[in-house]
Design a protein around this ligand. Structure first.
Ligand code: CA
Length: 234
């Protein structure tokens, strides 16, 4: 018999909770629902779900404080559900340890993609990296971690050191959004005080070298006000 993943959905809006339940159950997940933060905190500890889908706007407890308290003892993937306008909430949630987010209103495909990506990254951090042949491949794009080079259709696109580090970092988290702050810290260090200007300049150069049409990127997407997301590996 197939072992199903257990998903805890924390959502006070009934129709959204039932939409998520329907989609996930149709795709072979077990679903349990918590209607508020208090229930969620109990169910997380008693059910130990494989993944949590967490609405940030709950009637009793702030969703953000649930992320922080879970992260003190667990690395269970957390996908946040957030309203379209709350860029700051998304950034805060990701920096507090959430793995990704979906923006209301969201569709079936987006929800499933976020859940599967979060579960895969959780698996990969437990066991040796999938793609441990030292390469990331998606479409024409190849990132060769041993040679520290990036190829498009077999051609070396000659990135600078920092450009390579950014592409390599995003590719290792492919499918997952990384916040500007997270990227800045990993490339320029925790003491680097600045706005995102230097990252945006680097990204513009990366896209000029990498993308056929830098205004319509195929490989690295902008999550407006939040960060960047690399396309999934093939
Ligand atoms: Ca809500």
């Amino acid at each position: 018999m197939e072992l199903k993943y257990n998903v805890l959905v924390v959502e006070d809006e009934k129709n959204i909770a039932s939409f998520i339940r329907t989609v996930l159950e149709a795709n072979s997940f077990n679903v349990i629902v918590a209607k508020n933060g208090g229930e969620a905190e109990l169910m997380i500890k008693s059910h130990l779900p494989d993944i949590i889908i967490l609405d940030l706007g709950l009637p009793d407890i702030d969703g953000m404080s649930i992320i922080k308290s879970v992260r003190q003892w667990s690395t269970v993937p957390i996908v946040v559900v957030s309203a379209r306008t709350d860029e700051n909430d998304k950034v805060e949630a990701l920096d507090a340890g959430a793995d990704d987010y979906v923006t209301k209103p969201f569709g079936t495909a987006e929800l499933l993609a976020r859940v599967r990506t979060a579960l895969r990254h959780a698996r990969n951090s437990e066991s040796p990296l999938a793609g441990s042949d030292g390469k990331f491949v998606s479409g024409e794009l190849t990132v060769d971690y041993d040679k520290r080079r990036v190829y498009i259709g077999g051609n070396d696109i000659h990135l600078t050191q920092n450009e390579y580090k950014i592409v390599s970092l995003l590719s290792k988290c492919a499918g997952k959004v990384l916040t500007y702050d997270n990227i800045m810290k990993q490339i320029w260090g925790p003491n680097f005080q600045s706005d995102n200007q230097i990252l945006r300049v680097n990204m513009a150069n990366i896209r000029r070298k990498m993308e056929e049409d830098p205004a319509e990127p195929k490989y690295i997407f902008t999550e407006l006000g939040v960060g960047y997301r690399m396309i999934e590996a093939e």
